[in-house]
Design a protein. Sequence first.
Length: 129
Amino acid sequence: MKAGNIEVQRLTSAVRVMSSSYTNFINKRDERSGSLFRQRTKYKLLTSKEQPPNLGFICFHYIHQNPLKAKIVKAMEDWEFSSFRDYAGLRNGSLCNFKQAESILGLTKEGFIEESQLIMRDDVQKLIH
């Protein structure tokens, strides 16, 4: 087994445990049962040679655009559960690390909002699905 595959297996296992723990917590808190997430959650390794080098950047903006595309909100900053507000400097959140996102994804504070507003073309979205 390749070292890369071991890392993917560890990550997959960690996400499964996290998802299960979160689901158990919510179910217990709300006195309910059942799944909170789709059964067939997919993952993609963003740094594989088969993926474009900017796939992480694309995914980052794609996630922020989801509520807008689903027509849940009229603007990305209206979705209170998104980190968009934090990265855009509209909320003083403590969970987001802009310096890390800047380092990993090449984000800039000056360009973040403008880059986020560029709605992705269908062919770019297909890279994620």
